[in-house]
Design a binder for this molecule. Structure first.
Ligand code: IDP
Ligand code: MG
Length: 139
């Protein structure tokens, strides 16, 4: 297994609900180490740029409005198999289908307001890390 980096975002619903600490606790317990973090309030345009792969889908408008509705916390996580590990602790996109103990099962309220983002492949991780941390020399 390789040491990888992946991008997560603690989404506006989780920040608003006060679950930032709970979610970071799960990352740390899963050996996902925070190597970069910011607190951002995305504009609609920035949210659209981040989720460009979903442009044209029925939920794109609503998703990008939600993602620009308040503060969010993008972070770069590092660890063995970090991309798959993060996806595992996040749980399924729809919290109704998420496994017990996953972040989305514990804290998410709907398929849209689902608390966290996680990159799904090395290529998307590289794009997404660059989107929020351009030119930053990560520790
Ligand atoms: P993922 O976050 O589990 O990778 P994606 O399919 O990449 O899921 O979708 C990106 C985000 O768009 C989801 O996390 C969720 O916030 C939102 N989303 C996905 N599918 C739906 C849907 O059917 N209705 C509303 N929002 C959705
Ligand atoms: Mg995705």
């Amino acid at each position: 297994m390789a040491i990888e980096r992946t991008l997560t975002i603690i989404k506006p619903d989780a920040v608003k609900a006060g679950h930032v600490g709970d979610i970071i606790k799960i990352f740390e317990a899963s050996r996902l180490k925070i190597v970069a973090a910011r607190l951002v309030s995305l504009s609609k345009k920035e949210a659209e740029g981040f989720y460009a792969v979903h442009r044209g889908k029925g939920f794109f408008e609503s998703l990008t409005t939600f993602m620009s509705s308040g503060p969010a916390i993008p972070m770069v996580l590092e660890g063995e198999n970090a991309i798959a590990s993060l996806r595992e602790v996040m749980g399924a996109t729809n919290p109704a289908n998420a496994a017990p103990g996953t972040i989305r099962k514990l804290y998410a309220s709907s398929i849209e307001s689902n608390c966290v983002h996680g990159s799904d492949a090395p290529e998307t991780a590289a794009f997404e890390i660059g989107y929020f941390f351009p030119g930053v020399d990560l520790v």
